[in-house]
Ligand binder design. Structure first.
Ligand SMILES: Nc1ncnc2c1ncn2[C@@H]1O[C@H](COP(=O)(O)OS(=O)(=O)O)[C@@H](OP(=O)(O)O)[C@H]1O
Length: 247
């Protein structure tokens, strides 16, 4: 029988997508595996040594074991580095609809917490990719880790760093495959969710930790926050050449 690829881990990883994975449902449970897509990409960080040593990764889809020995584990060419609570999980999960994107599912926290484990440990976490596919991960705390940029550059200075903002498919040089037609606005969640894909599966939203109820914030606190962030926002508008109108 297929074994769990990774053991469960601490609670502060971004586990929401695992709501879908603990039962072995996936975002598109009934969709065929795209090339070498496996469950291993969705697992939490901290793989067991057995898993790291194992050449053969086995995932379960619809009760059918799927062996994945194709492709190569590569360092990510693109990393979503932030910002926290900016919709980074949604971005990664939606990008993974793209057949040329493969991602490690949980947050590996390599460049902030686990750097001493070494680059090979990190590379081993990654899903296998074929030529032309992009390997990705997301760990929003890299954005607030001062060592992260130089560490990422030590791995590969060409790594594309994504802060949730705009047209990511263009930035990654991907054909625009993922579009509005994949989503619908879910009133209960208050954000876009994936539509029912081809086949019999149901629409899917991200898990319970997304779309939390927000407290009422007193207007004077909001004003203080706006005043505080205004100069930073303006500097950012200048740097990016775009006025986001956050005032
Ligand atoms: N389409 C879609 N799907 C899922 N989540 C969405 C989406 N759009 C925005 N959001 C909001 O993004 C917030 C979570 O951001 P992150 O995934 O970056 O959080 S984390 O930093 O990794 O914990 C989280 O906000 P809060 O619920 O306020 O925490 C989500 O509501």
């Amino acid at each position: 029988a297929p074994r769990a690829a990774y053991r469960q881990q601490t609670s502060d990883l971004d586990y929401d997508i695992l709501d879908d994975l603990r039962s072995p449902r996936r975002l598109f449970p009934d969709a065929p595996f795209q090339r070498n897509r496996t469950g291993s990409a969705d697992a939490p960080a901290e793989p067991s040594q057995n898993t790291l040593d194992s050449e053969k990764e086995t995932a379960k889809s619809n009760g059918i074991p799927v062996s994945n020995t194709f492709g190569t584990k590569r360092f990510p060419q693109a990393i979503i580095i932030g910002v926290k609570k900016g919709g980074t999980r949604a971005l990664l999960e939606f990008l993974r609809i793209h057949p040329d994107v493969r991602a490690f599912g949980a947050e590996p926290h390599f460049f902030d917490r686990f750097y001493d484990k070494g680059l090979e440990w990190y590379r081993n976490l990654m899903p296998r990719t074929l030529d032309g596919q992009i390997t990705m991960e997301k760990t929003p705390s890299y954005f607030v880790t001062k060592e992260a940029p130089s560490r990422i550059c030590t791995m590969n200075c060409q790594t594309k760093l994504i802060v949730v903002m705009g047209r990511v498919q263009d930035f990654l040089g991907l054909k625009r495959v993922v579009s509005d037609k994949h989503f619908y606005f879910n009133q209960t969640k208050g954000f876009p969710c994936l539509k029912k894909p081809e086949g019999s599966s149901r629409p899917r939203c991200l898990g319970k930790s997304k779309g939390r109820p927000h407290p009422q914030i007193p207007s004077e606190v909001l004003q203080r926050l706006r005043d505080f962030y205004r100069p930073f926002n303006h500097r950012f508008y200048q740097m990016s050449g775009q006025d986001f109108g956050w005032d």
